[in-house]
Design a protein around this ligand. Sequence first.
Ligand code: ATR
Length: 279
Amino acid sequence: MKRVFGVFGDPIGHSLSPAMHNAAFSALGMDCIYHAFRVRPENLGKAILGAGAMGFGGLNLTVPLKEEALKLDFIKPDPLAEKIGAINTVVFSETGEIRGYNTDGLGAIQALLDAAVEIEGSKVVVTGAGGAARAVTFQLAAAGAEITVVNRTAERAVELAKDVAAVALPGKISGVGLSGLKELLRDADILINTTTLGMHPNTDTTIATAEELHSELTVFDIVYNPLETRLLKEAKAAGAKTVSGVLMLVYQGAEAFKLWTGAEAPAELMKETVLEALQ
Ligand code: ATR
């Protein structure tokens, strides 16, 4: 019988995950289907238990459900998801257990590794202090980066840095307000933008311009709609290396795919599928 997988979120109409995972299942000859479901936060518990009862193979969770999922006591979160404070992947085990994972940070790390960017010992500036920043910074700290979180609301950056530092990961981390950004960038190896600046429809906004960037920098924008954000254009103008947010989307999906099926995901095909859908 066909195994069903899905993504829950609200809004969910524009999700690229169904196309990406269905292409992967089909390439590996797996009799599986992946569908998007609009689920409101107040119905999340019922929806996950229902999916489990119907024999779903696994789920992704997206905005605004990732933090909500951690409040559900029937989901057993893995330690990383618990630290991050958000679940983006649910696995229904054969023994009836429901487990929660967060693959967003791993997706970001894999995107950087793909571009042959050194992480251990690198000076990384992360702009933004929301859920995405949380996932990315925990993973970067685990990989030994020296991180400064820069956020419009400075207190959120400080709080995020405190939470990461409390876990005693090999990397170093601190948090500051936006006014410190220019100076930090001068000395940085990697800039990762996790703010919503530049995202459709606000495509003309950017966290930094070419004059504030430099050619030794790698600029990674986790925004992937549009494909080339204003920040990535500014980075190219400054001669910096660029990493597209599409790669994070693909690799977080590939990690989820592996958790559900035990199989290595066809990441290259998933990337092509997403790029095609975004054209
Ligand atoms: P997510 O969970 O997807 O990361 P989020 O929690 O809404 O999303 O976080 C969005 C991030 O973008 C926040 O860090 C936000 O800054 P604040 O914490 O000060 O709100 C940042 N952001 C959004 N719009 C911004 C803007 N115009 N200028 C600077 N930062 C902005």
